[in-house]
Design a protein around this ligand. Structure first.
Ligand SMILES: [Cu+2]
Length: 478
């Protein structure tokens, strides 16, 4: 049984052999399924010149570049599943074959036979059992991967020039919002744990909470190569980030209380094709990877119970949601905060009335709070954009209230209409239940004064970003 370890707890040669294997795999030709380049292209491939970032510049470093077009268009490249309920199982399979290929390479180089992928546990930035210093360390790219100043001399294979940040902002590594979700998938709101029901979805828009935060947000906070799905898997830290996401899936199941994988045959029987370490094609069904117990590896630790979930509110996956308000024109983002006023649905047409609760709900328990979601649709743009913070604010007031952060991973792909994408952009849902519940209890609360504010965590540079529609949904009264 392989045990995937927390990278900050390692005290053996795992990273030394990882570094050597990366260097070896980079020598292999881009057409070789066991090469670093081919493995990266299984996730995504593109040679676009984006504002502030050139995919071509990254890919042109590959041995054997440019690849034959037949390979670019094959059923093995550009397969990553995003914005879909296949996000978790596809990435699990991807990691398993990658780990097998690295392990075989390590062995060929004279290393141990049981090389195992470690995980990067940034969730520990919130672990109260750790010291302040350890919490900060948890959300920094581990030092073996180098720093802003260059590679770590002992582990040259683990460095990549194109990273925007080594220290991830604390709000961007919050894992508890995902862990508290109860439904793996839900058609009511897109705020599920594992993503919405879709078919094969290379750049989908039914993103689950685990995929949104921390997954997407960490991708775009590291930025550059990691911030673009067409290059992300070329950064050696990618695989440790995904090992942590894979671990959180199992930890979520272990929490019980009704948390389970979809029983739907469409999910369970869906198959994906990969190459194993012998370069043979292997077809894998989702149901064969849904439980770690069947897979021959496990993690050294689960997501710990001492990290408190953000909210004490009770999720009701079956609740009906009514639309309360929506923006009437697209919101153009700039590097500064942008406030969007919303048009409220006329009251007779609205069943969920936040205001009607205002007077009486001071005594309401959190568990009785009405679920409220902010939905951002049709997010289009170009470039690798920093995480975007979402706030709510009452008109005429200066204080704003943080709701969550979103990462627009895959923005350029999703905004471009071509054979693989419809060009409608990305969507994101954030859970505003807790903050709206608190605000409702304020004396002068008036729901119709509610505005949504969006602010990128860093300047946009030459990148551009537009949110087509912002809307608020709340749980129906009946
Ligand atoms: Cu990813």
């Amino acid at each position: 049984m392989r045990i995937r370890q927390n990278i900050n707890d390692l005290n053996d040669d795992t990273l030394l052999w990882y570094s050597r294997a990366v260097i070896e795999m980079k020598k292999r030709d881009i057409t070789d399924p066991t090469s670093w380049w081919y493995q990266g292209a299984v996730h995504g491939y593109g040679v676009e010149a984006l504002p502030d970032f050139s995919e071509r510049e990254v890919w042109s470093q590959a041995t054997g570049f440019p690849p034959p077009q037949s390979l670019v268009d094959s059923e093995f490249w550009q397969q990553c599943q995003h914005g879909t309920w296949y996000f978790l199982p596809w990435h699990r399979m991807y990691l398993m074959f990658f780990e097998e290929i690295v392990a075989k390479t390590v062995q060929e180089l004279g290393g141990p036979a049981d090389w195992t992928l470690p995980y990067w546990n940034y969730c520990n930035a919130y672990n109260p059992a750790l010291s302040e210093r350890e919490q900060v360390e948890a959300r920094r790219i581990p030092e073996a991967f180098g720093s802003e100043d260059g590679p770590n001399q002992e582990y040259p294979g683990l460095w990549i020039k194109e990273r925007a940040h080594y220290e991830i902002q604390k709000r961007n590594v919050s894992c508890s919002q995902a862990m508290q979700r109860q439904a793996f998938t839900t058609e009511v709101a897109r705020a599920s744990f594992g993503g919405g029901v879709t078919g094969f979805s290379h750049n989908g828009s039914s993103t689950g909470q685990l995929e949104q935060l921390p997954h997407n947000v960490v991708h775009v906070d590291v930025g550059e190569v990691m911030g673009d799905p067409n290059t992300a898997a070329l950064d050696p830290i990618f695989w440790l980030h995904h090992a942590n996401i894979d671990r959180l899936w199992q930890s979520w199941l272990n929490q019980g209380e009704g948390r389970e994988n979809p029983g739907n045959k469409k999910w369970r029987d869906f198959t994906f094709a990969f190459h194993n370490a012998q370069s043979d094609v292997v077809k894998v069904a989702v149901k064969s990877v849904e439980n770690l117990a069947d897979l021959g590896y496990t993690y050294s630790a689960n997501y710990p119970d001492n990290i408190e979930v953000d909210s004490a509110t009770q999720e009701k996956p079956d609740a009906l949601l009514d639309i309360l308000a929506a923006s009437i024109s697209p919101t153009q983002l700039s590097s500064n905060a942008v406030n969007t006023e919303l048009e409220f649905v006329p009251k007779p047409q609205r069943r969920a009335r936040i205001k009607s609760l205002a007077a009486s709900n001071k005594s309401l328990q959190n568990s009785e709070a009405k679920q409220t979601f902010i939905q951002l649709d049709n997010i289009v743009g170009e470039g690798v954009i920093a995480p975007v913070d979402v706030f709510i604010k009452l008109k005429g007031r200066t204080e704003r209230h943080y709701v969550s952060s979103i990462g627009l991973f895959g923005l350029s792909n999703a905004s471009r209409a071509d054979a693989r994408n419809n060009g409608n952009g990305l969507n994101a849902t954030v859970d505003a239940t807790e903050i709206v519940h608190t605000l409702r209890q304020a004396v002068d609360w008036d729901e119709e004064q509610l505005t949504v504010e969006l602010e990128p965590q860093r300047a946009l540079g030459n990148a551009r970003l537009q949110v087509g529609r912002i809307s608020i949904y709340s749980e129906s009264e009946n």
